[in-house]
Design a protein around this ligand. Sequence first.
Ligand SMILES: [Zn+2]
Length: 379
Amino acid sequence: MSPIPFFYTNQMLQYNMGQSHPMKPERLSMVKNLLQDYDLFDKELALYTPAPASVADIEAIHTPDFITALQSCESGQPRVDVRKYGFMTADNPLFEGIYSASMLYTGASLDAAQAVLDGEPAAVNISGGLHHAHAGRAAGFCVLNDCAAAIHRLRQKYRRVAYVDIDVHHGDGVQELFFSDPSVLTISIHENGRTLYPGTGSASEIGVNDGEGTSVNINIAAKASDEIWLQAWRSAAITILRDYNPEAIVLQMGADAHALDPLAHLMLTAQGWLKAVQDIINQGKPLVLLGGGGYNLATVTRMWTLATALVAGVELDNAVPQKSTFRKHEAFLRDVDEFLPSSSEYEYAAAKTRAFSVELEHNLREYYHIGRGSHNRIS
Ligand SMILES: [Zn+2]
């Protein structure tokens, strides 16, 4: 297997929303360093410095007035009111260099998409996956929608592209941009919007017009563990992907469904979540892997290191190498045990998630081979 392109530069750390903001840029360098400590840049991964996106690239996704507003934010002190574009909020504060930093993470996703177009089986940009950005508004720590830009680039060659989002939050920005487009299937598995930002992504959102049936939302109840999450994932996502039969896949691999993530309420382990990544790799399609959420520095670093190694075809030793500074955080990559809620919480999460799955199957069964047999019960 030839090395998998991994797009990274320390310049990415300039996407920095401040000391008190939950999204910490150092998670990116921690992943890159840990991959290096496992010696993956010798054979398995090829390190490339990404180029920033061009204005034409982002014009395909974002409105002209939003782009102008973002450019005016570059100094950190815009002369016009940019609040209506989602800036200057607690989630999306301004910082000096915000335009350049956003163009860089978006350019890295475009470079990863281009590598796949040029024949690589897969390519990775952990600084991307900023799925909440809308056409005309920054939101949820996201400024430019690099996921959509990467999909748009892949569509130059591929007639059908699937976007799969395993971040704990709904991939609302991406869904919205392709809601009526049958050439892009979006699948998002996320904690139900009643208990988590952004509140959208119910099973009833299935796309509109020609895109009807090509937006898929797998809802998970708070406190769900690996087993519940994987059951919902496998009963819908994999069947739908096979039926849709995309020519390429973009995987947004947000790591915030982990039990130790501070922003959400699911109880996954690194290795439970990794099974979904493996399922996507097993599809055998050209694959662009993007980052996303992940607010516990130690868990996001472990999960993206494991996922990157997996796509590069390597099984990593569970013990973090002795030379690695990551040992200050954790000595092992995988979680020791499953995180289990109390039995009443488990029963409730299982039943609620099962109800969400039944609703999804009902809404989409005319489009895919789901919900036609007996529904497997969890527990
Ligand atoms: Zn998230």
